[in-house]
Ligand binder design. Sequence first.
Ligand SMILES: [Zn+2]
Length: 314
Amino acid sequence: MNRLNLRLLAAALAVSTLPAAAQPKPSVKAPATAVAAVAQPFKDVGLWYGVFGGTICSWLDAGDGVFLIDTGSSAADAKALRAEIAKTTKNKPVKWIAMTHLHADSNDGLASFFPTDATIFVNARASAVLVEFVGRQKGPAPNVIGVADRIVLVAGKLRLEIGAPPANAHTSSDLYVFDAVTRTAFVGDLVTPERCPMLSDPDSDIKGWLVALDRLEGLKPVGLVPSRGNPAANATPEIGRTRHYLTSLLQFLIDKKKQNAPEARVSGELAAEKIGEYCPRELSAVNALSVYRRMAPDGTTLPGSALPPKTAPK
Ligand SMILES: [Zn+2]
């Protein structure tokens, strides 16, 4: 097991007891987990999460089928995930799959769930990509639902809100799932406790991300399960930390834009700023430059796909 896996496993172990504080009923105790990397945070509630490659996947038992959030980083991770779902739910079929975004570390495992007749939920902005992907797979095509704002899914024991932020945030395809029974928000990479929020995606957008955080706060979640970092028993401070980081970085970049500072000065001066307590300097530099070169003086950014192509060196 490499260092990364060990760290993730340690993270999963560390958090397996945390969500006890997020329980809807105070008398419920966080159960021991049979498998180290998989946790069932609420006794008597069919909700599990675990680390599968570079991401945390979660699943909920609706009664006669399973709602899955993210599919793992690779085919091997997806295989392990399917085995855990089968074990924990006594072989119930996966009937719904929600993708918090299309980054490979969170969802390269999707193909391993095919053939499937599950319904797949994705941000509407990514639905064309997903429909094309589904069309290339063998077997019957699953239903794809592109979520443009928010929908409510009531199925068996499940009461879920599935929502898409109104603008680009971590990516152009972010999606969250909110479980109203346990008040747990599954947020993908929109909030990554103890890990740096990443803006390296060419379509990332700080202002849009801040609006996405408003949406998450509006749900009044108690527990929070990210793709990376530790699940948190208290969602609000974690959302606040991400907001603080993004707001500070945005203000810094707007100031530099007003000064018409060259990129080299931006990364140099960034090192002296105290922008976020959990972002290593190198990652903040990656974030800053990814945004700065696409940013207008008012802090809005063009998505990378909308930028004119760079002229090739002669
Ligand atoms: Zn991501």
